[in-house]
Design a binder for this molecule. Structure first.
Ligand code: ASP
Length: 345
């Protein structure tokens, strides 16, 4: 019998409609259990439930909550074959990315899921997402090894590597997309796993927890007409340590002299600046156009094909891990740590 720990953190999937006001509010553990009795009666998987209190809307999730999720998994790591985390969809890609960095040497599945409609609603996508996530978290191959032992998001019949995802739809059930990496599995009548795409840690690795983060980071999105004053005030934020610079196309920026001067001054002061294209699909290539070669001269690093969600959480994790070693942070930013970028280390 496989054992899965189901961790409730909040989000629409954990909500119910109040009879009195009609508003959505967090369900009680009892009413959640009552909405999916089949979950606790499956013949080959034993599901245990652990609920965070209070359950929260994922707009309120912060690095302390990532820490709590990662610590919960580490605490129960030896007792379960896999983990499912119920989480609001709004920031699920951030939390999934953060946990992929925090849980080094992970050899068991950690599957995030949620829903667009609450679990008690007749047309809800919650049950399918939840039941399939449980099946994926407990799935084993013929050698009895976990099939997808990484941090993933299961949503609307697709399993994605969490640190490759973005919430892209606030209306449809298919809320997530992984633009630069194919799905790890598709669920139809059967669940088809694309095992050649799965990221495996060393099978002998012990789980190592990293929960220190540093959120002195900012996203600076370029747009036509952006002024020197705006860029200057962002780069002069007190104690700023890193900037996600959202550029155009293949990583291009306007050729204003003041821009390169400000970026170079910031880099010289020890601020890390990483180039992330505003395009969802494709790679940063700062050598393609003359305008962007100036970014290289200013000391801006490539973000390759990383998502903004993964880049922000990677920066927070690396700055927390190596608080006094910016050079080490820069080196690790240029490496693929757990499948978040398409490069060969
Ligand atoms: N606002 C909700 C949340 O992210 C939306 C959802 O769960 O889909 O918690």
């Amino acid at each position: 019998m496989n054992k899965v720990l189901l961790i409730l953190t909040g989000g629409t999937i954990c909500m119910e409609r109040s009879r009195e006001t009609g508003a959505l509010r967090p369900a009680t553990e009892e009413s959640f259990r009552a909405a999916v009795p089949e979950l606790f009666e499956t013949p080959d998987t034993e599901v245990h439930l652990l609920s965070f209190t209070p359950l929260i809307d994922s707009s309120d999730v912060n690095p302390q909550d990532w820490k709590k999720m990662a610590q919960t998994i580490a605490k129960h790591y030896d007792d379960y074959d896999g983990f499912v985390i119920l989480h609001g969809t709004d920031t699920m890609s951030y939390s999934g990315s953060a946990l992929s960095f925090m849980l080094e040497g992970l050899n068991k599945p950690v599957v995030f899921t949620g829903s667009q409609l609450p679990i008690g609603v007749l047309r809800s996508d919650a049950k399918e997402n939840l039941l399939t996530a449980i099946e994926i978290a407990s799935a084993r191959d013929e050698n009895n090894d976990a099939i997808v032992p990484e941090v993933t998001i299961y949503f609307e019949s697709r399993l994605f590597r969490a640190n490759r995802t973005t919430k892209r739809n606030a209306e449809h059930f298919a809320a997530f997309k992984s633009y630069n990496y194919p799905p790890l599995a598709q669920a139809g009548l059967h669940i088809t796993y694309n095992v050649h795409l799965v990221h495996y840690s060393d099978p002998k690795a012990q789980l190592k927890l990293h929960t220190d983060t540093d959120n002195h980071v900012v996203v600076l999105k370029l747009f036509p007409g952006i002024t020197e004053q705006v860029v200057r005030s962002i780069l002069h934020i007190r104690d700023l340590k890193a900037v996600v610079l959202e550029t155009y196309g293949a990583g291009n920026a306007p050729s204003y002299k003041w821009l390169y001067k400000l970026l170079k001054e910031a880099v010289d002061k020890g601020i890390i600046i990483v180039n992330k294209t505003q395009c969802s699909t494709g790679m940063v290539d700062m050598e393609l156009y003359e305008v962007s070669s100036n970014l290289i001269k200013a000391g801006v690093l490539s973000g390759f094909d990383i998502t903004t969600e993964a880049l922000l959480s990677k920066l927070m994790y690396l700055l927390g891990e190596h608080p006094d070693n910016i050079e080490r942070v820069k080196i690790l930013l240029q490496k693929d740590l757990c499948g978040e970028i398409t490069i060969h280390n």
